[in-house]
Write a protein that binds this ligand. Structure first.
Ligand SMILES: [Ca+2]
Length: 164
């Protein structure tokens, strides 16, 4: 027997929720340490496949990463997530996202011991399906305590809610 749906079910498409992990890496500026297999940030697997910076002054650039595509045509919530840990006093990096035409610094991340995930709302930047699907990620390490700050990053993704 067919499942009955309320009348309003047919008026509004279902809300889609999609996690779009890093898909691949395009070599542009390659300055971070690499551990494991390219593209390192596609799976949340700790130090196994990760990138890091233990350099004295930070400022190292790793770009760029592409994300998986979304089928959401009308995004309502778009977040960027990054999973990293300190490998020293603090782990710090600046996150840049490409929207198809420009790079924007969306956050300076601070990580302590042990992997944790930080999320940032980016729907003001990535406000269309085209921009989400054009998005690229660039990470720049950032050290305040010279010689003490160090970072390991293992996972990055976009999270999208909206209607197809
Ligand atoms: Ca990883």
């Amino acid at each position: 027997m067919a499942k009955m749906q309320p009348f309003w079910y047919f008026l509004k498409p279902p809300l889609l929720k999609q996690t779009l992990p890093v898909l691949n890496y395009v070599l542009e500026t390659d300055q971070w340490e690499k551990y494991g297999v390219d593209p390192w940030l596609n799976i949340n697997d700790g130090d196994t496949n990760a990138i890091g910076d233990h350099s004295l002054y930070g400022g190292l650039i790793q770009s760029y990463f592409n994300f998986s595509n979304t089928t959401v045509k009308t995004p309502t919530v778009v977040k960027f997530g990054i999973t990293a840990r300190s490998a020293g006093y603090y782990g710090r990096c600046i996150v840049y996202l490409w929207d198809g035409s420009t790079w924007t610094a969306i956050a300076t991340c601070h990580f302590s011991d042990g992997y944790e995930t930080l999320e940032f709302n980016v729907e003001s930047l990535l406000n269309t399906q085209a921009k989400i699907n054009a998005a690229r990620l660039k990470l720049v390490s950032y050290a305040i305590n010279y010689g003490l700050d160090a970072i390991m990053v293992t996972y990055a993704y976009l999270y999208v809610e909206g209607y197809g």
